[in-house]
Design a binder for this molecule. Structure first.
Ligand SMILES: [Zn+2]
Length: 364
């Protein structure tokens, strides 16, 4: 009898110990930051210096460098691509590249063939995907003066080629909804600064151009036509203002995921309004969200200042996702509480989803 009691209490104590150690290990802490493998899936390096990658290695981040068609022609794309490939060659375990293509020459008969040839070369050299940028839909006009939208049938040949090659399309299409609002009605401070500095992209001032709704609708029609295309909606798929709207698209398009690049402010903003809703979104769509920042290095910033900016940005985001600390950010004007997501969700958002959707570092 006493023997049974003894065993019973040992069993009970060991249950208690395993329950409490489970509770402790369900969540990461701020101190786990450097220990956990992480990938930033949206950065821009256009320099040969190593300051960015060195800080990333210290902070246990791997990187996806994204080339962008800034409407300056193919030479400018090749230049960014070469910077990226140089970094990838020197840091193969930590650095991947997504290429892009130039819209310049769109009306010329050999544009398609040249574009496919360029993409093929990029894929042969290891690019994991292709970025399509907001100049499609917002800036570029064809020979008739009409904006070319991303669901233009001519682009389907390119998207088919990307699908055939089992690569990924990263789409920055449209802009945050704030872009169509006056500066004083924008939800986050970083958008206010950006559109004040880039009035050519501030659509509130350009009512003659396609609306926010038209940009998102063209993207949705493109995805409807290309169900097998693996698509990463950069900048929260331009639906950064509402996790409900985003959830609708993720439900509708099973091959769509999103990156968080430069839209964490909108996540903070929605967390101020309804933390549980935002937290539920990240848990429900834990397989569809990629951590990303849009941090950049063009070689002009002092290396120490750049490294501090990288570390501070990454660490603040980590604190937000893993703790329930009450926090502040210069992007929003009120306090908000961290989401304290479970470890399994954090691991997916911070690296597993990037490895799955973008096939990054397949040999690791
Ligand atoms: Zn970017």
């Amino acid at each position: 009898m006493s023997n049974r009691n003894f065993h019973g209490s040992v069993f009970f104590i060991s249950l208690l110990i395993s329950a409490s150690s489970n509770a402790q290990s369900d969540y990461y802490t701020l101190d786990d930051y450097a220990k956990v493998d992480k990938i930033d899936t949206h950065i821009h390096i256009t320099t040969n210096r190593d300051a960015f990658v060195e800080q990333a290695k210290k902070d246990n981040f791997k990187l996806l460098n994204i080339v962008v068609d800034l409407s300056k022609g193919p030479e400018f794309i090749e230049e960014q691509y070469e910077y990226g490939m140089d970094q990838k060659t020197r840091h193969p375990d930590d650095f991947e590249v997504a290429t892009s293509f130039s819209i310049k020459g769109w009306d010329e008969p050999d544009w398609m063939e040249k574009t496919i040839r360029w993409l093929e070369k990029s894929f042969d050299e290891g690019a994991v995907g292709v970025k399509v940028w907001k100049n499609i839909g917002m800036v570029f006009r064809d020979k008739n003066g009409d904006p070319v939208m991303v669901d233009d049938p001519k682009l389907d040949s390119i998207f088919n080629f990307i699908t055939e090659k089992k690569k990924v399309l990263v789409g920055h299409l449209g802009e945050p909804q704030n872009c169509w609002l006056p500066l004083d009605e924008m939800t986050v401070n970083n958008d206010r600064v950006y559109f004040e500095e880039h009035p050519q992209y501030h659509m509130y001032k350009h009512p003659e151009l396609p609306s926010y709704e038209e940009q998102v609708a063209a993207r949705d029609r493109m995805l409807e036509k290309n169900p097998d295309l693996v698509f990463v909606g950069a900048h929260m798929g331009s639906l950064e203002w509402s996790v409900d709207e985003l959830a609708k698209r993720l439900d509708k398009f099973p091959n769509m995921s999103i990156d968080l690049a430069a839209r964490i402010g909108q996540v903070f903003y929605q967390t101020i309004e309804d933390r549980e809703k935002v937290r539920d979104f990240f848990i429900k769509y834990q397989d569809r969200v990629l951590y990303a920042t849009d941090l950049a290095d063009n070689g002009s910033m002092d290396a120490d200042a750049l490294q501090k900016q990288l570390h501070d940005t990454w660490l603040l985001d980590w604190q937000f996702f893993v703790t329930d600390d009450v926090m502040t950010s210069d992007r929003v004007n009120e306090e908000f509480e961290g989401l304290k997501l479970p470890k399994g969700v954090v691991d997916k958002i911070y690296s597993k989803n990037a490895r799955k959707w973008l096939k990054m570092f397949p040999d690791q």
